[in-house]
Design a protein around this ligand. Structure first.
Ligand code: AMP
Length: 433
């Protein structure tokens, strides 16, 4: 990643931090390496991530008494956050923990546009003892409303009937509680039994090992069968149904649009109740999932911790950047304007090496007043300095022997062609105007 693109990454991260702070989230930084077992237990052995995508190796023992340890480059961040929650006994505070992270994740996937082996996620988790309100549907709705706000503030439009393909879309589902799910999985297994032989080999295998995964399948030929399978909504108990209804009512009250998608079960085992995904049909081809998340009320216990219901999401930052770039490109194409790269306020050009020190001192003064400055090189001829300055700066400040002696520089502004002598003491004001 290189400039100027990294400026866009920084803008996205700055906006995310600002928005999250308004919702009272604080930043957590977890290690890039974790014990393999954390993901095997937390994410699930049967998932694609754990069964084939993790970068895992045996770390050599340092001393004879030590056992080698299996380590993994984190493929996602929720398990690490929950590990930290358990290890630092954050539940003992009795408070709801609202934590966000920004960082690289690693999965051995087939690379293509929008899908990389090192990719970046911006995510957040709300987790705490049940007494802290962590189970409340309000938390689910608040997280979703926060995401809608973030995308709004980044300038990604909402999908609407008028621009069907251009905006973001929220897909929502409930996968039920840990008691609803087994009943549904059993029904799914039964329904798959008579039809699975007509499905692709992957789905035949999933029908046996992890029937929920069949619902994720993109296999064209299998879609008709999949659409005819039982729906999770019919297997939710009263409490799960009430929870889902409350989430939807709060979203309606906040005017966050969504579509209920009964097939949205998502790739990880730890989800309970609310699951969601935001998609964008813009610039990403088939990789249109911009972010995903859901509730994981049993995850802490699965990892040996106390009961700590929670909900979280992870945004694919790479895909967010691709979306913003595609939007900027289509806006530029519509307006016919060529996007320009940002320029510094001034380029200081010393006329000979004898003015190099004075140039750097002047740059220091101007930078301390908040101006962005590039400094040339006294070995450059004036023509070369002008060319270099025109590429990176709005104005050139020429410093020869006389200018240093009189503390007055010659300033030329490229956009207007104006040239004048300006006292060093007035330079900051002149350049700014
Ligand atoms: P997940 O952790 O699988 O729920 O993914 C959450 C989000 O991370 C997805 O919606 C994608 O935007 C992004 N993501 C997942 N895997 C990759 C990858 N290999 N490359 C780029 N982005 C990814």
């Amino acid at each position: 990643m290189l400039p100027p693109e990294t400026a866009l990454w920084n803008r996205v991260e700055r906006t995310a931090r600002e928005v999250f702070a308004r919702y009272n989230f604080g930043e957590i930084r977890t290690p890039v390496l974790e014990a393999t077992e954390l993901f095997a237990r937390g994410v699930g052995e049967e998932t694609d991530i754990v069964s084939k995508e993790m970068y895992t190796w045996e770390d050599r023992a340092r001393a004879a008494s030590e056992k080698p340890q299996s380590l993994t480059l984190r493929p996602e961040n929720t398990a690490g956050v929950v590990r930290a929650y358990i290890e630092h006994k954050l539940g003992d505070t009795g408070q709801l923990q609202k934590l966000y992270y920004i960082g690289p994740q690693f999965r051995r996937e087939r690379p293509q546009k929008g899908r990389y082996r090192q990719f970046f996620q911006i995510g957040a988790e709300v987790i705490g003892p049940a007494t802290s309100g962590s189970e409340s549907p309000l938390r689910d709705a608040e997280i979703l409303e926060m995401l809608a706000t973030l995308l709004d503030e980044l300038g990604i439009p909402r999908a609407s009937a008028a621009n069907e393909y251009k905006g973001w879309r929220l897909h929502l589902n409930s996968v039920g509680s840990s008691t609803d799910r087994p009943r549904y999985v059993a029904a799914l297994r039964e329904a798959l039994l008579p039809v699975k032989d007509r499905m692709c080999p992957d789905n035949q295998r999933r029908a046996e090992t992890n029937p929920l995964r069949v619902l994720d399948s993109k296999d064209e030929a299998d879609q008709e069968i999949i659409n005819g399978l039982p729906k999770i909504a019919d297997y939710l108990d009263e409490a799960s149904t009430a929870h889902f209804t409350a989430v939807r009512a709060a979203l309606d009250a906040c005017e966050v649009p969504y579509t209920v998608n009964p097939r949205l079960v998502r790739g990880l085992d730890y989800y309970t109740r609310t699951t969601f995904e935001f998609t964008v049909d813009l610039g990403l081809g088939t990789q249109n999932a911009l972010l995903g998340g859901g509730r994981y009320d049993g995850l802490s216990e699965m990892l040996g911790g106390p009961k700590a219901p929670g909900i979280g999401f992870a945004i694919g930052e790479d895909r967010l950047i691709l979306t913003l770039q595609a939007l900027a490109e289509s806006a530029a194409a519509a307006s016919g304007e060529v996007p320009t790269e940002p320029k510094v306020d001034a380029y200081i050009a010393p006329l000979s090496p004898a003015q190099d020190a004075a140039a750097l001192a002047l740059a220091r003064t101007l930078r301390s007043k908040g101006l962005s400055i590039e400094v040339g090189d006294g070995t450059f001829r004036l023509k070369k300095s002008f060319d270099a300055a025109d590429r990176v700066a709005r104005s050139i400040v020429i410093l020869g022997e006389d200018e240093v002696a009189s503390q007055t520089a010659t300033v030329k502004t490229f956009s207007t062609g104006d040239q004048s002598k300006v006292a060093f003491s007035d330079l900051a004001t002149t350049l700014r105007s």
